[in-house]
Design a protein. Structure first.
Length: 305
């Protein structure tokens, strides 16, 4: 069983395509989704490879620590570090006022509370209860509502200001959004943009308000689209917030572990110190897709690398 746990937040800076291959629906290349809820996610196997890549890029001389943490190329022993799936917490939706709103739901917040509890994170807030199925909750003194109404995409919702939503926004500002001066605007605007939607409405926005782009491949001589080279591709939008529950155990092979590593805390501390700054997740790296900012809970407000 795991002896050390934490939570890593991923803030999407450029549209992210963690794909599933060819789709059977309207979109040729859809993104990964949970089977039951339909929420977007990034599977744990992808996350582990990305985090290992970041660690190797920043600490190429510490091969022993990296192998102990993530596992060797052969099957001599397993790694001591295990990330979970990247799960959805905040999803940006176009708003009539305030440009966009960060949406979430009681269900998404309750899942995060459960995962945070397993990681021994004491949250100073609870998932709020909505007054009815047609009302959403917003922060006090927000920028997205007027006359107790908010319009997201073409849908209008009744809203109520709620102090618990302020507590959620304040905690996420201090513990989840990226650190560094370049993110001052985004951290401060969370209080102005956060909205807790009914579960069903949140799910529908995550299904139908992702980015869908058309891609083509040209014939260099004719300057026309090659046969069969027109397709559509789904992306998670910029400003989405994901989180990854991470777990660690003691080194699996004492003979091949660093001499000063004794328990799971040493493994997790290495990951926290090494996996920082930014990473690239998913496909289309050569056209700038999938850049995310990394943030550990309780990380100090230091410049991102």
């Amino acid at each position: 069983m795991f002896q050390a746990t934490d939570i890593l937040f991923l803030y999407v800076e450029t549209p992210l395509h963690a794909g599933t291959g060819a789709g059977l629906g309207a979109v040729d290349l859809p993104i990964q989704r949970e089977r039951i809820t339909g929420y977007p996610l990034v599977q744990a196997s992808s996350i582990k490879g990305v985090l290992r890549n970041v660690a190797e890029r920043k600490n190429s001389s510490r091969a022993l620590e990296i192998t102990t943490t993530f596992g060797p190329e052969n099957s001599d022993h397993a790694g001591a570090f295990s990330p979970g799936d990247a799960r959805l917490l905040l999803f940006p939706v176009r708003s009539l006022l305030g440009i966009f709103a960060w949406t979430t739901s009681p269900h998404a917040l309750s899942r995060f509370i459960r995962d945070a509890g397993f990681a021994d994170k004491n949250l100073a807030w609870q998932a709020p209860k909505l007054p009815d199925a047609n009302t959403a909750l917003v922060c006090q003194n927000n920028d997205i509502s007027a006359d107790n109404q908010v319009v997201l995409e073409e849908f209008s919702f009744k809203v109520q200001e709620n102090g618990e939503v302020n507590k959620i926004a304040d905690w996420l500002e201090k513990n989840a959004l990226p650190t560094g001066d370049e993110y001052d605007y985004w951290r401060k605007s969370l209080l102005k943009r956060l909205i807790v939607l009914p579960d069903d409405d949140f799910r529908e926005f995550t299904r139908f308000s992702t980015e869908v782009v058309a891609r083509i491949q040209l014939d260099n001589d004719k300057k026309t689209v090659r046969d069969g080279m027109l397709w559509t591709e789904e992306n998670l939008p910029t400003d989405t917030l994901l989180y990854v529950p991470v777990y660690a155990t003691r080194p699996r092979s004492n003979e091949k572990a660093p001499a000063n590593w004794k328990d799971a805390g040493d493994v997790l501390n290495f990951v926290r110190q090494t996996v920082t700054g930014r990473a690239q997740i998913g496909g289309n790296e050569t056209i700038g897709r999938g850049i995310v900012a990394l943030r550990w809970t309780n990380q100090s407000n230091e410049k991102e690398g």
